[in-house]
Design a protein around this ligand. Structure first.
Ligand SMILES: [Zn+2]
Length: 465
């Protein structure tokens, strides 16, 4: 006897709902641009519009999460806390349910209280930036609401693509790159992709990431850099879709060579084609179940430099931002203002069906993505620059290379020391407004917390046999 086909087939399985929304956030005013301390005037025009985009997923049990992606250099804790506080009031979304990721474009505007010592801003600019930031926060809150309003039945798929235009900027010397036959790592080429399709299979949203600074361009035109081009390209390839870019652990990765619009376009197309390859391959369809976990773990900081050291640093002739940062901290110490000894660092894990996603704060270096994927499986998604961009997040090794003159400098060409010292060095901390370097257990603290959040979200470790 032929066994009857069950009436409850796949089609009757409880499904996802998804909503997507977008809004242009290109400043209307001529604002100061974020990312490079060396710029000496405000933006001159627009190469591409900047966007804020939101993707909301709702599982079969009615649980929701929202991914908000911003074509911005980074947003600080106070702005993120305000936005997330409002999303809780208006839409009952907890911090665990919200990821706010910045693409780290260096062709976007400065936002208030971000990398506060990098720029020499006039009172007028400071005021304009404050108005822009207030308006932007309102737009982002509205955006999440718009995405929720557009919730419709959907199917969710995930997969990884690959792209290789990033270069480990610490361990390769940019000026010599074209005559350097082999590149040094560590690297991570993953292009994580989330596809959201409607019931007819039409793609509504493509959320995708890459771990690489958006620093092809350093001019005076607003743009999302290579990630801006990648989003435009994907939206052309899949008409009616919204493409959302999220930054990965690209803290020590640069798109090299760089500095021309054709190169930004090239890398954008490369990334879009990597996403297209992932979309065209067999992606994993995810069951309609969401779980999430979030915490803020205290990351210990070393003591600030002494007054004598700061006085010396305040005379550094190599860059104005270094002097400004040292003077700022010196003034605070002279006023008797107590300095923080640790920082509340956001660590978040989502599980979308069986897909794990780790979202960490700050300018996360690539080592963290490699370690998380080693522990939780090579298909885990790792985002940096999420929820709060408070500074660089180096490893113990980078800290040692950046700060230990006895052993660190010796590994490298002293002429290239500034590059080596950058991600873990004291000036990089001071420019962000942090009073000291990270303590050497930073890596253990973050990875332990990521593992703890993974347990809460129900993400299993990889099993190697
Ligand atoms: Zn950066």
């Amino acid at each position: 006897m032929v066994k009857p086909v069950s009436a409850i087939g796949n089609n009757a399985a409880p499904s996802w709902k998804a909503g997507v929304a977008r809004v242009v956030i290109t400043p209307q005013e001529r604002l100061w641009m974020a990312g490079y301390a060396s710029r000496d005037h405000v933006a001159e025009g627009t190469l591409q519009d900047l966007w804020a985009k939101a993707l909301v997923l709702e599982d079969a049990g009615g649980k929701r999460c929202v991914l908000i992606t911003l074509d911005l250099c980074g947003i600080p804790k106070d702005m993120s806390d305000y936005i997330r506080g409002q999303l809780k009031l208006k839409y009952k979304l907890e911090k665990a349910q919200i990821i706010i990721n910045s693409s780290h474009t260096h062709s976007g505007p400065v936002v208030a209280n971000a990398v506060q010592n990098a720029y020499d801003l006039s009172q007028e600019q400071t005021q304009k930036i404050k108005s822009y930031t207030d308006q932007l926060s309102k737009q982002i809150i509205q955006l999440a609401g718009d995405a929720i309003k557009s919730l419709e039945p959907a199917e969710v798929f995930t997969g990884n693509g690959f792209a290789r235009f990033q270069v480990n900027r610490r361990n390769n010397n940019e000026p010599f790159l074209l005559i350097q036959p082999e590149l040094n790592g560590p690297d991570d080429y993953a292009v994580p992709v989330i596809k959201v399709a409607d019931k007819s299979g039409t793609i509504r949203a493509i959320a995708f990431g890459y771990a690489c600074h958006n620093t092809v361009l350093n001019g005076y035109q607003w743009s999302g850099d290579y990630a801006g081009y990648a989003q435009l390209e994907l939206e052309k390839m899949y008409p009616g879709s919204t493409a959302l870019f999220f930054q990965g652990a690209g803290g020590d990765q640069n798109p090299l060579p760089r500095r021309t619009v054709p190169l930004a376009r090239q890398y954008g197309k490369e990334l879009a084609f990597a996403v297209e390859a992932a979309l065209s391959a067999s992606m994993k369809q995810q069951s309609s179940h969401l779980s999430f976990a979030y915490s803020e773990v205290q990351l210990p900081l070393n003591a600030p430099p002494s007054k004598e050291e700061l006085e010396l640093m305040a005379k550094d002739t190599s860059a104005a931002y270094k002097r400004r940062s040292a003077i700022h901290l010196l003034q605070q110490i002279n006023k008797g203002i107590a300095q923080i000894k640790s920082y509340p660092y956001p660590v978040q894990v989502w599980k979308i069906g069986e897909q794990s996603l780790f979202a960490l704060g700050g300018e996360l270096v690539i080592h963290y993505a490699i370690e998380i994927r080693r522990i939780f499986g090579s298909d885990a998604f790792v985002l940096g620059y999420s929820n709060d961009v408070m500074g660089y997040i180096p490893t113990a090794q980078i800290l040692r290379e950046s700060n230990d003159k006895e052993t660190g400098y010796a590994f490298y060409d002293p002429a290239n020391h500034d590059a080596v010292a950058y991600e873990g060095g004291i000036f990089t901390q001071l420019v962000y407004g942090l009073p000291g370097t990270w303590a050497s257990d930073i890596e253990a603290v973050i990875l332990n917390e990521a593992a703890r959040m993974a347990r809460i979200a129900g993400v299993a470790r990889a099993v190697y046999k």
